[in-house]
Design a protein around this ligand. Structure first.
Ligand code: NPQ
Ligand code: MG
Length: 367
């Protein structure tokens, strides 16, 4: 495969409603898209970094910068190009996994399109559709939360995840349990608690949650292991899991009974599959996280979520959870499931008129 060039494109997507987490409130999604052009095809990768370094150290401008200064030039110099050569070509550069993931995904998409092969098949998917969950932001009142959760259950979502933080945890969980009974329910703290909050978090035990996601600092594997001994809710890690190696360490330490797999956070879909494999070998269930992806990233996430170790519904929600108009043909929930794309590569492409409408800048890097 020969690379002719790479396009970096910025798009601004308004969210249907503000999304509040312990690290802030987002009203629009500022996305960096990577498009690679080869002799025979083009491929797309969506960078999941946020506009500020709030979820992880990466942010959109930094991702664009490292791609243009370091990652794309390194790829251009690589002797042999296919998706499996991208990771090794980029290993000299530390971190920046979301930027690396976007570039690798674009190359993988182009390669699979050239070969007429779907991403799901390439990754080892075993399902044609996947059950979907939804992530529900922190609200200004319990009433507002119950309206939101009721709407999602009505729409068919198979699992509800509540964002929590100190001051918004036991009461919202209690209210959802009281109103909606035994629905599959989990919580996500995005690192908002301290090890000294263990006794408080144990107050969630009676509600029979599927899991608590990333209660403590991303570097605190030992703290999560200790917390897991003090609460009965299974501890799931998100931010802490940056590679198959950290997944193995977290499992061995007893810091993760369940793992959230986000391809962007770990450097791409190939590393995401390795994490899946490590977890399956240890009997640790995984599920696919979400970063408010457009249809491009969503298509790839749904393909990944169809692997056999993905035993819990993911944050692979329908397009209309976040966007009135998606970049691609919308993903629509049927019976609480999304279909795994069956076409070559990602199996979806941006709608040209929508893409033009939401794009704020493009940059072509010829190779
Ligand atoms: C999580 N996602 O699991 C993340 C965090 C998150 C679906 O809960 C803009 C872009 C806003 C990415 C807010 C979900 C975001 C974002 C939250 C990611 O931790
Ligand atoms: Mg999370």
């Amino acid at each position: 495969m020969r690379l002719e060039g790479v396009e970096l494109r910025r798009v601004t997507m308004p969210l249907v409603a503000p999304f509040r987490t312990s690290f802030g409130t987002e009203t629009t999604r500022d996305v960096l898209l990577v498009r690679v052009v080869t002799g025979a095809a083009e491929g797309w990768g969506e960078c999941v970094a946020m506009s500020g370094p709030l979820y992880s150290p990466e942010y959109t401008e930094a991702a664009a910068d490292v791609l243009r200064r370091f990652l794309i030039p390194a790829l251009a110099a690589a002797p042999r190009l296919d998706a499996y050569a991208v990771g090794p070509a980029l290993t000299p550069f530390k971190g920046h996994r979301m930027a690396k993931a976007a570039l690798e995904t674009a190359v993988l998409d182009a390669e699979l399109r050239e070969q007429g092969r779907p991403l799901a098949r390439e990754l080892g998917a075993v399902h044609e559709r996947v059950p979907c969950g939804v992530s529900v932001g922190i609200m200004s009142s319990i009433g507002e939360l119950l309206d939101a959760v009721g709407g999602y259950l009505e729409a068919g979502y198979r699992r509800i995840k509540l964002k929590i933080e100190p001051g918004w945890d036991v009461e919202p969980v209690r209210a959802v349990r009281e109103h909606f009974g035994d629905v599959p329910l989990q919580v996500d703290a995005n690192t908002a608690y301290l090890p000294s909050d263990a006794r408080h978090l144990a107050r969630l035990d009676p509600f029979g949650l599927l899991l608590i996601e990333q209660p403590l600092d991303e570097e605190d594997l030992l703290g999560h292991a200790e917390l897991a001994r003090r609460i009965s809710t299974p501890v799931c890690l998100d931010e802490s899991i940056t590679s198959a190696r950290t997944a193995a360490a977290a499992i061995t330490l007893g810091a993760a009974a369940i793992v959230n797999v986000k391809p962007g956070r770990v450097g791409g879909y190939l590393e995401a599959r390795r994490i899946h494999d490590v977890c399956v070998a240890h009997g640790v269930p995984v599920w696919c996280g979400g970063m408010l992806e457009t249809g491009l990233g969503r298509a790839a996430n749904v393909a990944l979520a169809a692997l056999p170790g993905f035993l819990l519904p993911g944050d692979t929600s329908a397009s209309d959870r976040y966007y009135r108009t998606d970049l691609t043909a919308p993903f629509v929930l049927h019976d609480g499931h999304l279909p795994v794309p069956a076409g070559p590569g990602l199996g979806v492409e941006p709608l040209p008129e929508v893409l033009r409408e939401v794009s704020t800048a493009t940059e072509w890097i010829a190779l």
